[in-house]
Design a protein around this ligand. Structure first.
Ligand SMILES: [Fe+2]
Length: 282
């Protein structure tokens, strides 16, 4: 090999090793706190509410509890009025459930906290991959932590005169998404309801929710794609509709927010930092 080719080979090797180390060691725990403001135009709130959104904590061998606690602390430092969690609390099973409860309890000790489930938390999709056949185990950890779990159910959040309806839906891939149990397609009934925030793990679920009435949908699932490339974007995001992989979007006169999530799978991220988000709703 001549000197020029050898230098090129060594430079390429160095860049590859550097990128791999960055993707594996540095970026997965380089947390970003994002802030967005959302006007619930049709049903404005009498005061601004600060909603902390966390998704895809993915406790397991690739995401240590120390990092999950760091993300929760960073979110709570924003002093939210309520917290919404959109599933994938684990990757396979629950490592040290009592420790997880102590960490999650920080959220519910601060303010009302609501959760929906993701494909990894249990059900038909998880069971085919060695996970839990139902969400019962994860549901117990969450409820023991003071968190209100919503599986095709709703709850009302109140603070002074400001009220929100929080709807948690089952996961699309787990085949537990049953919107008709909790949402309406009747415009007159929808008018009578409070501003409605839907927690639905997978952003692809929007298509099944098109004819139902809601104002804002919070999602996760994609992890932002985990690998984001210039121009190309996120080629590996696990969704059919690659237009909705992260961030705030206007969709059919409603809002969608997709979190890049706190955790990950495979332990790597490139140009796609983990994220907690504060949404100022007014
Ligand atoms: Fe996930």
């Amino acid at each position: 090999m001549d000197i020029g080719r050898r230098a090129f080979f060594l430079a390429s090797l160095g860049i590859s090793i550097g990128t791999a180390l960055y993707a594996r060691i540095f970026e997965p725990e380089w947390l970003e706190v994002s802030r967005e403001s959302i006007s619930l135009r049709d049903k404005p709130l009498p005061k601004t509410l600060r909603l902390l959104h966390l998704s895809d904590l993915h406790a397991g061998q690739d995401v240590p509890y120390e990092f999950i606690e760091q993300a929760i602390d960073a979110g709570l430092a924003e002093n939210p009025d309520l917290v919404c969690l959109t599933g994938d609390f684990i990757t396979h099973d629950i490592p040290d459930p009592e420790r997880y409860k102590r960490i999650l309890r920080k959220l519910s000790d601060h303010c009302p906290t609501y959760a929906s489930f993701g494909n990894h938390d249990g059900g038909s999709w998880a069971a085919r991959r060695g996970g839990y056949p139902t969400i019962l185990q994860m549901d117990k950890v969450l409820t023991d932590s003071g968190i209100k779990t919503l599986l095709n159910k709703d709850a009302v959040f109140k603070q002074d005169k400001a009220k929100l309806r929080i709807v948690g839906l089952g996961d699309l891939w787990a085949k537990s998404l049953i919107p008709e149990e909790v949402l309406t397609t009747d415009p007159q009934k929808a008018k009578e309801k409070l501003p409605t925030v839907v927690l639905s793990h997978n952003p692809d679920s929007k298509d099944a929710l098109k004819n139902f009435h809601w104002d804002l949908m919070l999602c996760g699932h994609t992890h932002g794609g985990q690998f984001r490339l210039p121009v190309i974007g996120a080629p590996f995001a696990p969704v059919r509709d690659l237009r909705y992989v992260e961030g705030l979007h206007r969709w059919n006169e409603r809002w969608m927010y997709i979190s890049r999530g706190v955790g990950n799978i495979w332990g790597v991220r490139v140009n796609c930092r983990p994220q907690v988000t504060v949404l100022n709703l007014f």
